[in-house]
Design a protein around this ligand. Sequence first.
Ligand SMILES: [Mn+2]
Length: 209
Amino acid sequence: MKTKISSDLLNLIKNNHSFLIVGHINPEGDSIGSSLALASGLHKIGKKDVRVVSRDPVPENLKFLPLSRLVTHKIPRKKYDVAILVDCNHIERTGFESLNSVKTAVIDHHVLPDKADRSDFCKSVSASFIDPDAAAAGLLVYRVLSALNINFDKNIATNLYTALLVDTGGFRYSNSSPEALKAASELVKSGAVPWKYQRRYMKTVRSVP
Ligand SMILES: [Mn+2]
């Protein structure tokens, strides 16, 4: 069964204006691709102040991703309405000490720590969409953008397709679910070009799902 998207998360997106999208340290295709796709989607629904932050640089083999040059590496001084963690569920994984936002949300496919070990950070999260059965965080961003009725353009499709490609090891791992393959098909319809990304990315892959 698919985990339902919380209406809290959708409302948090709808009712706020400025967003920091934060991936994890040593980012790979899922972290960068999902973050950039989410940023593009939020732009499309009129959110003008959206910033993607990754403490570590975009790896060389991911610089082909559309909009990757917009990834910044520091938490801005200005306070943002919402920080959304993507492909990680704890601030420690972002490499930052503080996110300087009013609220925090999480979109991730990693299992949360045991209840007893959950820190103040976990308790401070306003809305989360966590589905450990999802092949990639990119698949969860796909579901969020779909729930917000956002059309996938080529930039979104390329970023999400690459997120899926990387976390399924080029659709070779056991997480290559019907949903992942169906989403991949939709993303190709929206302009993703599988052979190109395969060639650009997979030659140098160091895959960490
Ligand atoms: Mn991932």
